[in-house]
Ligand binder design. Structure first.
Ligand code: AMP
Ligand code: MG
Length: 417
C-alpha cells in the first residue's frame, strides 16, 4: 500500500484560500489502494486502475443504420426516381450469403452487415415496393445510412484511461469491446465518527440540551455515493481517553478516518487533542463560509479528516475538500466537479477575501431563462436549506456584492453527491 508522508497535510497556520488548498491536496495525496479485478456489473462508481485498449473495432463491420434497402449509389439516377429488383434479404446477425451484384437492391435491417459492394442505404420510408421491385426517391447522398466499421472505436485505441471514475457509459463502452471485467482500485475503507456530548443517535429519546446526529448520516451517504466502504463507528463522547482509544483502533483498520465536530480551537474540542497525541494534526484555516477550520492530519499512518460540526458546514466542506481528497486517495485522476454559470435572481453582499457557498434553487424565469435564487436562511445549521436547494452557488474571494443578473458559479448537488 502506498504511504503518504507524515506532513502531507502540513500547510502552515496562515489563512488559506480554497484554490491553494485544493491544489495542495492534488500535489500531496496519492492513491493508497491496491487494485482488484471486478466484473462489469460491480464496476459502477469504481476508479479504473488500467488503460483500456481496444482489441477490436466497434462496430466491427459496416452496417445499416436504418431499416430499408442497400444499393450501389452509382445505380441511382440523379434526376429521377430509380427502380431496382430486390435480390436478397439481410437481417441483423445474418450476413448475406451470396455476392451482391450491381443493378440490385437488398432488403436490409438496422444493424445488419452491409454486403460487399452496396454503399448506401435508403430508408424504407423513402421507397415504394411493388412485388419484387423497389422504387427509390431521388436525392440521397452516397454512403447515407451506413455506419462504418470503427466509427465508434478503432482497433488499438485507448478507450478509457487509468483514474477514470466509472459511470454507466464507461461500463457500456467496456462491454462494447467484449471486456468482462476491469482492473480497478479497491474501495477506500473509511471509519466515520460523530463527536460531542450533545449528540444522540437516531432512535434514542430526545432529551433537553441534546440533538440528533445528522452528520453521521449525511456524511455516510456522501461516502457511499463516492464508492467508499463506510464503517459507522458511532458517536464519541467529549472524553479524551475514549476518543483516543477509538481513533487508534480505527486507524489500524481503515484507509481514512473522518469525524465531524470538536475540531475548532475551543477548550471543548477534544478531537484536536486526541489526534495531536496519536499522530499529527494540521488545521486548515480556510477563508470560507460556511465552515470553521477543517482539521487534517494522520493518526498513525492513516489520513484523518475532521469536518466542522454544523450540519451544512460539514456537508459543504465534505463536497469541496474531503471529496477530492478521498478521490485522490482512491486513485481518481479528475477530482473537481463541473460548475455552471447561472444568472443570479437575488442581491447579496459579502465580505471580501473569503469564499462563500449559498444554497440555491434553480428556476425558469418568465422570459424562459434559467436563473438561481438563494435559499433565504443561510445559517450553517439549517440543514433544510440543503434539502430545499438544487446546489450551491460558489462566490469567489474577491466578490463583494451580487446584483440581480450577475453570472454566478453554480455547483449542482448531483456533481458532488
Ligand atoms: P462543534 O464543531 O463541536 O463546535 O459543533 C458545532 C455545531 O454543530 C454545534 O451546534 C453542534 O451541536 C453541532 N453538531 C455537532 N455534531 C453534530 C452532528 N453529528 N449532527 C448534527 N449537529 C452536530
Ligand atoms: Mg462540540
Amino acid at each position: 500500500m502506498a504511504q503518504l508522508s507524515n506532513d502531507c497535510f502540513a500547510f502552515g497556520d496562515e489563512m488559506m484560500n480554497t484554490e491553494d488548498a485544493l491544489s495542495e491536496l492534488q500535489k500531496r495525496l496519492t492513491c493508497v489502494c491496491e487494485t482488484e479485478v471486478v466484473l462489469l456489473h460491480s464496476a459502477t462508481g469504481r476508479i479504473l486502475a488500467e488503460d483500456v485498449i481496444s482489441n477490436c473495432a466497434v462496430p466491427s463491420y459496416d452496417n445499416a443504420a436504418v431499416d430499408g434497402y442497400a444499393v450501389y449509389f452509382d445505380d441511382l439516377s440523379q434526376s429521377e426516381d430509380t427502380s431496382l429488383p430486390i435480390k436478397g434479404r439481410i437481417t441483423a446477425g445474418h450476413p448475406l450469403q451470396q455476392k451482391a451484384k450491381p443493378g440490385s437492391a437488398y432488403r436490409i435491417f438496422t444493424g445488419a452487415k452491409m454486403p460487399a459492394g452496396p454503399d448506401t442505404v435508403l430508408m424504407q420510408e423513402d421507397c415504394t415496393v411493388e412485388g419484387e421491385i423497389v422504387t427509390i426517391l431521388q436525392g440521397i447522398d452516397r454512403g447515407a445510412n451506413r455506419r462504418l466499421a470503427g466509427e465508434d472505436i478503432k482497433i488499438g485505441s485507448t478507450i478509457l484511461t487509468r483514474g477514470k471514475r466509472l459511470r454507466p457509459q464507461e461500463i457500456g463502452l467496456a462491454a462494447s469491446i467484449g471486456r468482462e471485467s476491469l482492473l480497478v482500485y479497491r474501495q477506500l475503507r473509511v471509519a466515520l465518527f460523530s463527536t460531542g456530548d450533545e449528540v444522540l443517535d437516531v432512535g434514542d429519546e430526545l432529551k433537553p440540551g441534546k440533538i440528533y446526529d445528522s452528520n453521521r448520516y449525511s456524511i455516510a451517504a456522501l461516502l457511499g455515493q463516492l464508492g467508499c466502504i463506510v464503517h459507522d463507528l458511532g458517536i464519541l463522547p467529549d472524553k479524551n481517553d475514549i476518543i483516543r482509544k477509538a481513533l487508534k483502533v480505527a486507524a489500524d483498520e481503515h484507509d481514512v478516518i473522518i469525524t465531524s465536530a470538536g475540531v475548532s480551537m475551543g477548550e471543548e474540542d477534544y478531537i484536536r487533542r486526541a489526534v495531536d497525541k496519536l499522530g499529527c494534526l494540521y488545521f486548515w484555516r480556510l477563508a470560507i463560509r460556511p465552515g470553521r477550520p477543517i482539521a487534517l492530519g494522520q493518526i498513525l499512518k492513516t489520513p484523518f479528516i475532521g469536518l466542522p460540526g454544523n450540519p451544512v458546514a460539514s456537508m459543504v466542506t465534505f463536497m469541496r475538500f474531503a471529496r477530492p481528497a478521498l478521490l485522490l486517495l482512491n486513485g481518481a485522476a479528475d477530482t473537481q466537479p463541473n460548475f455552471f454559470q447561472v444568472p443570479a435572481a437575488f442581491t447579496y453582499k459579502k465580505k471580501k477575501g473569503r469564499r462563500e457557498w449559498l444554497r440555491a434553487i434553480l428556476f425558469i424565469s418568465s422570459d424562459g431563462a434559467l436563473e438561481a435564487k438563494m435559499f433565504p436562511q443561510g445559517g450553517a445549521g439549517v440543514l433544510s436549506s440543503m434539502v430545499a436547494s438544487d446546489g450551491l452557488i460558489e462566490l469567489a474571494e474577491e466578490l463583494t456584492a451580487i446584483e440581480a443578473g450577475t453570472l454566478v458559479k453554480f455547483l449542482p448537488f448531483n456533481e458532488v453527491c
